[in-house]
Every structure is written in C-alpha cells, then in structure tokens.
Design a protein around this ligand. Structure first.
Ligand SMILES: [Zn+2]
Length: 93
C-alpha cells in the first residue's frame, strides 16, 4: 500500500486542452485524458492510497475504489508506483 497524491495541476489539466475528451478517461493522478488506458492503479481509502491486487483482497471492500487509469507520463514520473501499476485492462471495472 502506498500513499498517493493527485497532482496540484489535476483540475487545470482536467479542464484544459489535455483533459479527457469524448471517450477518454482522466489519469487518476494528473487529470490528463487517456485515449485507451492500458495501466491502472487500484485505489483505496478515498483514493488516498494505491494497493496491489493481493492487498486489495485482504482489505475492507468498503474502501475499495477499484481500478483507475494512470497515464504513461505519471508512470514515468513516479517510479515508486511501478509495483502498483496493473496492466490488464480487461480487469478494469
Ligand atoms: Zn497522469
């Protein structure tokens, strides 16, 4: 389990030129639109934490927010999140 924080630019990105358009989904960390998400974070506890799939199984389902897309830029910028990145889109819910 790792504490995560939205970028301070989330709102600006989300509402700006790079925000999600049409069927795009916003990156859960920076708000930039992702055309075809291929990587996700499993968020917990109000979105303040990312958990691994095995951690999610033993944690209270009440705090489970499911998988949220993370963009390639945030994956590159935050190498500490690598163990938490889920790369199987069919598991998204
Ligand atoms: Zn991002």
């Amino acid at each position: 389990m790792i504490k995560i924080q939205r970028s301070v630019c989330y709102g600006k990105n989300y509402d700006g030129a790079r925000g999600p358009k049409g069927a795009q989904q916003p990156c859960c960390l920076c708000g930039i639109g992702i055309h075809a998400p291929g990587a996700y974070l499993h968020l917990h506890d109000g979105g303040g934490f990312a958990v691994t799939e095995s951690e999610a199984m033993i944690l209270s389902a009440a705090g489970d927010l499911g998988l949220h897309p993370i963009g390639p830029e945030c994956i590159r910028r935050r190498p500490e999140l690598a163990p938490y990145v889920v790369r199987t889109p069919e598991r998204a819910r």
